[in-house]
Design a binder for this molecule. Structure first.
Ligand SMILES: [Zn+2]
Length: 458
């Protein structure tokens, strides 16, 4: 499911990798997976990235540390996002290794062999950023004299791209299309996904291959209603657990429009997450990724991520003060599943108050506090404190950044006639099986679900 990574090797030995993603989870298998290379890093000539999510770029610092010395190609915004996301990831690796090593040390001498180094540390990140070369969308560039690459906008997160590849080899041309993660049409901030050129070989994600999203044109009205009910009528806090990159900016932009229209007058809004604050400055800088609506909006409001009443919080003291205050307000904080980060403190301090609303805006994995709230638990334990859930729980699923089964199918439709092979990747097995059947049902053929580490001659 996670850990996107594909290698293409030419007859002449030139080898490039598409994405270098981290497998995310918390078990030992994962650590092993992330440390093991199925191909020697020093033998890869360059890396081509689709977008900046950690499951697509997260192993780069380790890859470079283990011997990779080539260029890393990406879009301009992916390069910017990589800097903050890889640093954040490095700090998490370091913290987690420290935590688990402490645990083994405590258990006794027989467990000391389990003490390990982090996958990488913050010092490993700058060399990676130095290897990055960025390009805009829709133009071909060479990564080798016989290999050209073109990015098209995938509409998934800022800077996200699908990758078109043209290879000249043994007197013939072979084309590859790698979707990266497929976004959704009609979302705020970003342009709609742009289909790839028809290709001989298609590698496509399949995350939501077995699902359809609720279509929800009422997004902004529903959000406005929840803010009004919670902050104005009930004088309570609206707490929104949200991913720092993408989700947070979409919500802020939506509120910015409400504020400009005078709809949420006098409501205080706080973004309490250092990563979200940094990510927002990157969103502000990369206007080249904006859709037409946002470009027009910029003419009347030069900062779509800032309005009267909105405060960005980075330091811990301010976050604590916010925790203790009783003023009605909106708090957007990470993580999106409420399984880590400052959001947990906001939930602990407010979940027992009936005036609080907690708004869940995305997928929450089973077992996470976000999922428990979503499923309607009556009590929950966080940081050793058990609290009764008296807060109102609201859900808005329409914020997903991943295309659903039909949106992915629409995106792939122009590949149907030319593709000699379609590889499904980056999805749970159930989702892949369902997506394969669906694609076959609408006329696609030669669809394969490769195993980890499998090689195929094209
Ligand atoms: Zn992604």
């Amino acid at each position: 499911m996670t850990g996107s990574c594909h290698i293409v090797e030419l007859d002449n030995g030139f080898t490039f990798m598409m994405d270098c993603g981290m497998y995310q989870g918390h078990d030992d298998d994962m650590k092993k997976f992330n440390e093991t290379w199925l191909y020697p890093p020093a033998s890869v000539d360059c890396v081509v990235l689709s977008h900046g999510h950690i499951d697509h770029i997260g192993r780069l610092p380790r890859f470079t540390k283990d011997g990779f010395a080539g260029n890393i190609y990406c879009t301009h915004a992916t390069r910017s996002l990589s800097s903050i996301l890889l640093m954040d990831s490095a700090m998490i690796q370091e913290r987690e290794a420290e935590y688990s090593n402490k645990k083994w040390l405590k258990k006794g001498i027989q467990y000391h062999s389990r003490i390990t180094d982090p996958l990488y540390v913050p010092d490993d990140v700058p060399p990676v950023l130095d290897q990055m070369i960025s390009y805009g969308y829709d133009k071909w560039f060479n990564i080798h004299e016989d290999v050209q690459v073109k990015y098209v906008d995938a509409g998934h997160i800022l800077g996200s791209a699908s990758v078109n590849v043209k290879i000249r080899e043994n007197g013939k041309e072979t084309t590859i299309g790698f979707t990266g993660d497929i976004g959704r049409p009609n979302r705020p901030i970003l342009r709609d996904p742009v289909p790839m050129d028809p290709a001989d070989i298609v590698i496509t994600e399949s995350t939501y291959g077995d699902r359809l999203h609720d279509s929800a044109p009422e997004d902004s009205n529903k959000l406005e209603e929840i803010i009004r009910h919670t902050c104005i009528e009930n004088r309570g806090k609206l707490i929104i657990p949200a991913f720092s990159v993408g989700r947070t900016q979409e919500i802020i932009y939506m509120m910015d429009q409400m504020a400009s229209a005078g709809k949420i007058h006098n409501v205080k809004v706080y973004v309490d997450s250092p990563l979200a604050v940094n990510a927002t400055s990157i969103y502000i800088a990369h206007t080249e990724c904006y859709d037409e609506d946002l470009m027009k909006y910029l003419l009347k409001d030069e900062n779509p991520f800032g309005f009267n009443g909105l405060t960005y919080i980075k330091n811990v003291e301010e976050s604590k003060a916010l925790n203790e205050s009783n003023e009605p307000c909106v708090i957007i904080s990470a993580s999106g599943m409420a399984n880590a980060g400052r959001i947990q403190h906001h939930i602990i301090n407010n979940v027992e108050k009936p005036s609080t609303t907690i708004l869940i805006v995305g997928y929450c994995a089973p077992g996470t506090p976000g999922r428990m709230l979503r499923d309607g638990v009556s009590t929950m334990t966080l940081h050793g404190q058990t609290k009764v859930v008296n807060a109102k729980i609201e859900v808005m699923d329409s914020f997903s950044a991943h295309g659903d089964r039909n949106e992915m199918t629409d995106f792939l439709m122009n590949q149907k006639d030319k593709a000699k092979k379609i590889f499904l990747v980056h999805g749970d097995e159930d989702a892949m099986i369902a997506f394969k059947a669906h694609l076959e049902g609408v006329g696609f053929s030669n669809i394969e679900m490769p195993n980890l580490g499998e090689s195929v001659a094209i």
